[in-house]
Design a binder for this molecule. Sequence first.
Ligand code: FDA
Length: 377
Amino acid sequence: QKPYDFLIVGAGFFGSICARELTNQGYSCLVVEKRDHIGGNCYTEKRDDIHLHVYGAHIFHTSNEKVWTWINQYAKFNHYTNRPIANYKGELFALPFNMWTFNQLWNVNTPAEAQQIIAEQGKDIQGEPQNLEEQAIKLVGKDIYEKLIKGYTAKQWMKDPKELPKEIIKRLPVRFTFDTNYFNDRYQGIPEGGYTQIFEKLLEGIEVRLGVDYLADKSTFNAMANKVIYTGPIDSYFNYQHGELEYKTTRFDHVKHDYPNHQGVAVMNYTEEEIPYTRIIEHKHFEFNETPSTWISYEYPEPYKADVTEPYYPVNDQVNNDLFQKYRSLANQEEQVFFGGRLGEYKYYDMHQIIDRALTMVNTFTKKSMNDSTTTG
Ligand code: FDA
């Protein structure tokens, strides 16, 4: 008899939701987490009365009623609406591209005038665009491409946009209205008191071991539970036997200033290539906080190196998706181990999508678990 029904690897949304739901259904769970805190990439830390998003800005948005009702059991959301600003060589523009942006760029006031300029500037791209640069110019014209896309994309991908596949920006959010709300979702906001308290509530009464790398001692941990839910990178689980999956990663430099307001907005994108960071986040504006000091974070894209840098964004291009399928086949052969979450499924999921997946998938884990709970790992 093993001491736990489920071993859950990772205390992000996927792992924590599984732990909560399974515990509620009477299963015993042990959660192990590599980092020294719970919350995964949604973790926030209180610094000088400001909730700092340690792994990058996390703005909750969803149109999914089920998810919205579910998350509201664990947090009260404020009315934050994401309205980022682009800074190109000191000139400020509204994002996503909307009538304010066109007015700032070209001094036009009507959608028809803006559409005409975009069409005029995109007409040089004859036939099928061959790369990201051509695709972008075709969609939004030269000015927007040069000022707001080119440098930012080059920094983000660490490549010339001419060398990037056009598929990356098949669609660009362009609005011919004066709506500066970044998201189209019905619900949006930041949890009052930060994200970490959501995870504290989710994991209340559940055994969590922090600072524990499951992969460093896999067989010992496997011997402790009938089933494993693994939310780490799928390629690392299989010891990279088919090669490494690619991720984009970012370094976050958190800096405190002893004055109350640095940039007057939560998210400012720096779109020129010469400035090495892509964004500055000023955390207090997520929560309408009026503290005397402020915390800001610079975001620097960095090359990814497995087991050295953090795997933040899966790169879901053809090569990586094909490689993922090989790992998926291996995963299907693991009868006692379930793979879930952004890293386990190698898919860029937002928080609301992960919550939906965890709430749905956890029931399949229990069904399977009850059928073959006598088998060992
Ligand atoms: P997550 O990565 O959160 O958790 C996995 C956990 O497993 C980690 O804590 C990790 O340490 C642990 N782990 C891995 N390997 C392990 C091992 N071997 N042993 C033990 N533990 C191990 N979404 C959104 O809706 N709005 C937003 O604004 C943003 N912004 C955003 C910014 C940045 C920079 C990123 C990277 C992501 C976002 N997201 C987002 C997405 C959001 O972070 C994501 O949907 C959830 O964190 C996914 O939750 P998971 O539980 O799948 O992974």
